[in-house]
Design a protein around this ligand. Structure first.
Ligand SMILES: *Cc1c(COP(=O)(O)O)cnc(C)c1O
Length: 372
């Protein structure tokens, strides 16, 4: 699914030297490397504030903590996503309102968001799933109409863009009140352990977020609010600073692999290839197809027997999970359909044409007979 070994090999000299520098400095927490990466990443994203934190889940939690919400305030999130998006809402005693996703883009459905808004709604969390941005122009319009915060889950979408109808172009995660990302090793910009970051253009929120991530501290040993301890390790920051300079070429490799898949799989009438929204680019964190008519699990087993790894993201939507099931939300048909039909093909920065050719030829050879 991912080939982090070859990717590391290609930047080994720089990465090893950067790690050695941290070891020699013995500055393992904070320090110049974290500050340098923070600055470079803010420049790259063209956003005013980047606050590095311990992981993507912390980024989401700290963002919600900064919004001054009360227990019972409602947060709308898609059911078809990674659990972290919902988990932090529940952990903070907020009311999680799971809604369905768009059948084409797999991102949160605007119609479903509008239907779910009540007088207690305070936040919408669009998840830019698999690497493309949700319908942000409409979501931000609805949020403005109802006076809601928008916290973007950009854990899978760093490196993609969104263009508003007035021509303004933004990086993923930099359009709402707050954006969150993860540097988990397999993400678009991955470190060699855990890491994450929060983005905002709002000075007041940035200050709160910074303080919450650092125990709620105002000045040394003076605490103005309850916080947590969440920071990006110096070694991870040093690695990320190097990988950031390769990020655009990493995204280009993913897009090139996606083109190959599109080109060579488009004739297969039982596969539905990714559909990209009109205002967004796709960074192809995942290349996720819908297996129509045939059994998705049979195709997965067939590919596995031929040494092709695939993954099902996600086999069970959150509203059907024991931890998140509620009386109010029993059925979300699109999320349920997708959980039975989606399959993510190998997608990473080191896929070469020989591997891609083998994957598409093997998919084409999948015999209809075993599925009748
Ligand atoms: C990876 C991911 C997260 C969580 O990131 P961690 O760094 O693993 O905590 C949250 N949301 C989505 C959509 C993700 O893909």
């Amino acid at each position: 699914m991912v080939d982090l070994k070859s990717q590391y090999h290609n930047i080994k000299t720089d990465v090893d030297a950067a790690i050695q520098e941290v070891l020699d400095s013995t500055v393992f927490v904070k320090g110049g490397k974290v500050e340098a990466f923070r600055k470079h990443f803010a420049n790259y994203l063209n956003v005013k504030h980047v606050i590095p934190v311990g992981n993507g889940t912390d980024a989401l939690m700290i963002s919600l903590m900064a919004l001054g919400l009360k227990p019972g305030d409602e947060v709308i999130a898609p059911s078809f996503t990674f659990v972290a998006t919902a988990e932090v809402v529940a952990l903070l005693g907020l009311k999680l309102v799971l809604v369905d996703v768009d059948p084409d883009t797999f991102c949160i459905s605007l119609q479903e968001v509008e239907n779910a808004i009540t007088e207690n709604t305070k936040v919408i969390i669009p998840v830019h799933l698999f690497g493309q941005n949700a319908d942000m122009e409409s979501i931000l319009r609805v949020a403005r109409e109802h006076n809601l915060y928008v916290v973007e889950d950009a854990c899978q979408s760093i490196g993609s863009h969104y263009t508003f109808s007035n021509g303004a172009k933004f990086h993923s995660g930099c359009m709402g009140d707050i954006g969150c990302t993860s540097f988990f090793p397999s993400k678009n910009l991955g470190c060699y352990g855990d890491g994450g970051a929060i983005f905002t253009n709002n000075d007041e929120l940035a200050e709160k977020i910074q303080s919450i991530a650092n125990h709620g501290m105002k000045t040394r040993y003076h605490y103005e609010r309850v916080g947590v301890n969440s920071r990006l390790d110096t070694i991870q920051a040093a690695i990320l600073d190097i990988k950031l300079s390769h990020l655009d070429s990493y995204i280009a490799s993913r897009v090139a692999a996606s083109r190959y898949y599109h080109e060579h799989l488009k004739e297969i009438d039982w596969l539905r290839l990714p559909i990209v929204g009109t205002q967004t680019t796709h960074s192809y964190h995942q290349f996720t197809v819908i297996v129509d008519n045939y059994n998705r699990n049979d195709l997965q087993a067939y590919l596995k027997d031929r040494a092709i790894p695939t993954m099902v993201y996600y086999p069970k939507p959150l509203h059907l999970q024991d931890a998140y099931r509620t009386e109010e939300c029993k059925e979300l048909p699109v999320s349920e359909f997708l959980s039975e039909k989606v399959l993510s093909l190998p997608m990473h920065t080191e896929l070469d044409e020989e591997q891609l050719a083998y994957i598409v030829e093997t998919i084409k050879s999948f015999p209809a007979s075993i599925n009748q």
